[in-house]
Design a binder for this molecule. Structure first.
Ligand SMILES: Nc1ncnc2c1ncn2[C@@H]1O[C@H](COP(=O)(O)OP(=O)(O)OP(=O)(O)O)[C@@H](O)[C@H]1O
Length: 319
């Protein structure tokens, strides 16, 4: 189904060269299909190093896939002219984990939020200040703050400035890479609610990347779970939480629901994750899988439908 699809990865892989090992490469993203539709928030979860940020950068058109295609607005990004590609890139904006590092301290909020708008001449020059003020209001900030510099603001306010900057160019898609991870727990809910409001306004599609399945469960409509470069399960959020089919998703969920201490379960899972460069044969999760059978070490499972909008890559789910 391609209806309403704003951005889509089709069979996308990305290989990075390994320093000092000529010819050898690290497959950070392996045959990933992922679509973001208007009015939905799609979660992408997985442990550190599984390829989430690489997917983010490919979807934003700032990193080329090694194979496969990025489609933006229904067109193959790789086939666009340079001018068309620049316009298409503007339609996908990134929101980063660390709002402190991503805002230039020498600029005022107005300059930061208006910079790309001014550079690309997206609004008449004499309406730029109003345009910036409108974006600040949209993210819950007082427009009078626009003359300040980012260091004067709290982490939550800085993240709102980063979101205002992304919204200012009127994107179709926001790619948010761990957007609340660096924030105090006390301000996270406010930022998550802002994303929900933006989603509910129905103009945008949002890719929401997090290592934290419980955060994703609160805000996303659909979730893709990555493991060592592959999507191993994708489902509407209720189906994923109520009836996860992949043992890795089940482990993440068990981990997320461990009441206390919260870090211990995560450490347990993290400790077992092999490096991407040491990818196991067959199903890449089999060495850690409590349900693995002998053929799991040999056969790599394809992502198969198991329910409405629900796909899983597990040999055990075939039965
Ligand atoms: N530019 C690059 N050159 C070489 N290797 C890279 C590059 N970018 C990412 N990688 C490698 O690709 C793999 C996936 O990285 P990526 O940042 O996409 O994962 P991630 O799931 O976002 O992790 P994290 O949550 O820690 O950010 C890692 O092994 C990383 O070291």
């Amino acid at each position: 189904m391609t209806e309403g699809v704003l951005a889509e990865l089709r069979a996308v892989s990305r290989v990075f060269a390994l320093p000092g090992r000529r010819g050898a490469g690290l497959t950070a993203v392996d045959s990933v299909d992922l679509a973001v539709r208007r009015g939905e928030m799609v979660g992408l979860v997985g442990e550190s190093g599984c390829g989430k940020s690489t997917v983010a950068r490919i979807m934003a058109g700032v990193l080329a896939p090694s194979t496969g295609t990025l489609r933006l607005g229904g067109r193959d990004f790789g086939s666009l002219t340079a001018t068309e590609a620049r316009a298409a890139q503007l339609r996908v904006q990134m929101v980063f984990q660390n709002p402190h590092a991503s805002l230039n301290p020498r600029f005022t909020v107005e300059e930061i939020v208006g910079e790309a708008v001014r550079f690309h001449r997206l609004v008449p020059r004499d309406t730029l200040a109003d345009h910036v003020a409108a974006q600040l209001l949209r993210v819950g900030l007082d427009p009078s703050l626009r003359h300040g510099h980012p260091h004067r603001f709290s982490g939550g306010q800085r993240q709102r400035i980063g979101i205002a900057r992304a919204l200012a160019v009127r994107p179709d898609v926001l790619v948010c890479d761990e957007p609340v991870t660096a924030l105090d727990v006390s301000v996270r809910a406010g930022i998550l609610n802002l994303f929900l409001d933006l989603r509910d306004q129905g103009e945008l599609g949002i890719l929401f990347i997090s290592h934290d399945l419980s955060v994703v469960g609160h805000v996303c409509d659909r979730v893709a779970v990555m493991y060592l470069g592959r999507v191993v399960e994708e489902a509407p959020v209720d189906a994923l939480f109520d009836a996860p089919r992949h043992p890795y998703t089940q482990a993440l969920l068990a981990d997320a629901s461990t009441p206390s201490p919260p870090a211990s379960g995560s450490e347990r899972i993290r400790a077992g994750a092999p490096a991407l460069s040491e990818r196991p044969s067959g199903c890449r999760f089999h060495p850690r899988c409590p349900a693995a059978r002998p053929d799991c070490a040999v056969r790599e499972p394809a992502l198969r439908p198991v329910g409405p909008g629900h796909r899983v890559a597990c040999l055990l789910a075939d039965h």
